[in-house]
Design a protein around this ligand. Structure first.
Ligand SMILES: Cc1cc2nc3c(=O)[nH]c(=O)nc-3n(C[C@H](O)[C@H](O)[C@H](O)COP(=O)(O)O)c2cc1C
Length: 386
């Protein structure tokens, strides 16, 4: 990186600890010649970092804070689908859980990161309450110019049993009545599902991936994302799931949700998660159609975001990094989302601006229209092997 820009980055990192400028993407473009635009669910987003589905996207206040912090997009907590009579086949995912614990975790390779330990699962209030949240979140998103996605979990039957189609029909119809042409839905294949007996059969997983997108699309026009789990099997199955999800016609993929520890009965993250995801994504680049996708899993720095982008990620969705103790962020003011974004972008060694400038200096991305574009990293990854 040129010395002049390195000094400028160090100064901005210090200066913005007290608060990011209102249009941070414009500042980065003008100061560093870097275009941070990413893409999520077919929408252009100002910065590639968004809020992943979970405990931090359950209230209007949380969405408001994310929009104000300047995040690129928000995915709401997963709601458990229900049919018109209120029956939920995935009822056992709608549990109210004990408090979450944010704790350090050491990976198999000996690297210390963070994980959130929690026994809960999906949205535990009523479907009507979810629709109220979705309506409010869409309004906030429209005002801020950021996409907001709903997330669902509907019936995933064992082999030989039919899908509860009424559950898909009712869930999608009600979301579509609120979302209209803005309807973006992530279908969540979660880590707790990976630990469930119904996911022990490869045939069942194959069938879900082949049938669920068709079932969902039959109910309403929408932009459909499939968020794939990390199954309790080898890397080969992950690649197969990506191939199957693409063939089934998902509009976008979210790769890959947290790991599951069957012994403790909990999902976890940290460096084991990003190590596995990046390793599998390396293999996915060899597919005849390498995926462009939204990355998830231990995005705790701009550097990790760049690693995912080098494998085709056009955006990244974070949970754990938005939940750390305040003392873990270098910023001294603002919401957790704002503090996190400050480090994700401006950290002089680990931030995304530093990494994009370095990728530019190394010739991995070439300037276009006088700017280095984050999205060119992802598109370059997809092109390389195509
Ligand atoms: C406490 C907690 C709750 C979560 N709940 C959901 C959920 O309801 N739906 C979903 O798709 N992912 C859920 N996730 C997964 C996150 O959206 C994210 O994909 C995953 O944690 C990996 O990102 P991270 O390493 O930044 O946490 C949850 C994660 C955590 C830690």
């Amino acid at each position: 990186m040129p010395a002049r820009l390195r000094a400028r980055l160090a100064a901005d990192f210090e200066r913005f600890k007290a608060g990011l400028p209102p249009d941070v993407a414009a500042v980065v473009r003008e100061t560093y010649g870097v275009d941070l635009s990413g893409e999520y669910a077919g929408c252009s987003i100002r910065v590639p970092f968004g809020k992943a589905s979970g405990q931090l996207s359950m209230t209007e206040d949380a969405v408001e804070a994310d929009a104000e912090a300047g995040l690129g997009f928000v995915v709401l907590k997963t709601v458990i689908g229900e049919d018109a009579s209120g029956r939920r086949t995935m009822e056992s995912w709608a549990v109210r859980a004990s408090a979450m614990k944010v704790e350090p975790i050491v990976s198999a390779a000996g690297r210390q990161g963070w994980t959130v330990t929690w026994k809960g699962r999906g949205w535990d209030k009523s479907f009507d309450a979810y629709l109220d949240l979705y309506r409010a979140a869409l309004r906030i998103g429209a005002a801020a110019g950021i996409p907001v996605a709903a997330s669902i979990k509907c019936h995933l039957p064992p082999v030989g049993e039919p899908f509860a189609e009424g559950e898909y029909a009712n869930t999608l119809a009600r979301l579509a009545a609120v979302g209209g042409k803005e309807l973006i839905v992530e279908k969540d294949f979660s880590p707790t599902l990976a630990g469930d007996a119904r996911a022990a059969s490869l045939e069942a997983i194959d069938r879900w991936l082949a049938e669920v997108p068709k079932l969902i699309r039959a109910q309403a026009p929408l932009t459909l994302g499939l968020k794939l789990m990390n199954a309790l099997r080898g890397d080969g199955l992950q690649v197969e799931m990506v191939r199957a999800a693409l063939a089934a016609g998902a509009d976008f993929l979210v790769l890959f949700n947290r790991l599951f520890d069957p012994r403790r009965g909990v999902a976890y993250g940290g460096w084991d998660l990003s190590d596995r995801n990046l390793r599998v994504l390396d293999v996915c680049r060899g597919l005849s159609r390498p995926p462009l996708f939204s990355a998830t899993g231990n995005i705790c720095s701009g550097r990790v975001m760049a690693e995912y982008a080098l494998r085709g990620a056009t955006s990244g969705q974070l949970h754990t990094y938005f939940q750390l103790p305040l003392s873990a962020y270098p910023a001294t003011a603002g919401s957790r989302s704002a503090r996190a974004l400050h480090a994700l972008l401006f950290h002089p060694e680990e931030g995304l601006v530093a990494w994009l400038l370095s990728l530019g200096a190394a010739g991995v991305v070439q300037p276009r229209d006088g700017l280095l574009h984050f999205l060119d990293v992802a598109h370059g990854a997809a092109r390389h092997t195509a």
